[in-house]
Design a protein around this ligand. Structure first.
Ligand code: OFO
Length: 172
């Protein structure tokens, strides 16, 4: 059984993951319209991943005697200044999510809730990968000279094959 406080914070994280999914879906749609098919397919996949992160939390809260709440969400942006701005936003967002997860982990320890603490370790590892991925993509984009460089076609083509979990291998 989870405490009311842990339940409330897990529900807050459900909202954060749901927003991540919507944000990346908005990025996918923008990229598709701009003609960046590779970036769009990467973002569509990333959006799906975030939905699985949310679902994992929904099931956990319900299994532990709480009730997962499906939240109302703010609308994500519809316009992005460019690819570099888009990936910077993604990185900043993931850093924020990492902070949220760390706060949650801290709360479970303070509550001596070792079951939830154990469950959250998956998210701790996942955040290492997500931040590393965003940084690697940004580095690659800067390496080709950003928006003004001539390598955008290759960048877009390469990124379509990257998955969140295999980011480090594939971008190496
Ligand atoms: Fe769910 O990891 Fe990104 O936000």
């Amino acid at each position: 059984m989870i405490s009311k406080q842990v339940e409330a914070e897990l529900n807050n994280q459900i909202k954060n993951e749901a927003y991540s999914s919507q944000l990346y879906l908005a990025m996918a749609s923008w990229a598709e319209v701009q003609g960046f098919e590779g970036v769009a397919s990467f973002m569509y996949r990333h959006s799906d991943e975030e939905r699985t992160h949310m679902l994992k939390l929904v099931k956990f809260v319900n299994e532990r005697g709480g009730q997962a709440i499906v939240p109302a969400l703010d609308a994500p942006p519809t316009q992005f200044e460019g690819l570099e701005a888009l990936f910077e936003m993604l990185l900043n967002h993931e850093v924020e999510i990492t902070n949220n997860i760390n706060e949650l982990v801290h709360l479970t320890l303070a509550n001596k809730d070792y079951t939830t603490h154990n469950f959250l370790q998956w998210y701790v590892s996942e955040q290492i990968e997500e931040e590393a991925l965003a940084r690697t993509v940004l580095d690659k984009l800067r390496l080709i000279g950003g928006e003004k460089g001539g390598g955008l076609y290759m960048f877009d083509r390469d990124i379509s094959g990257i998955t969140v979990t295999s980011a480090n291998d594939e971008m190496a």
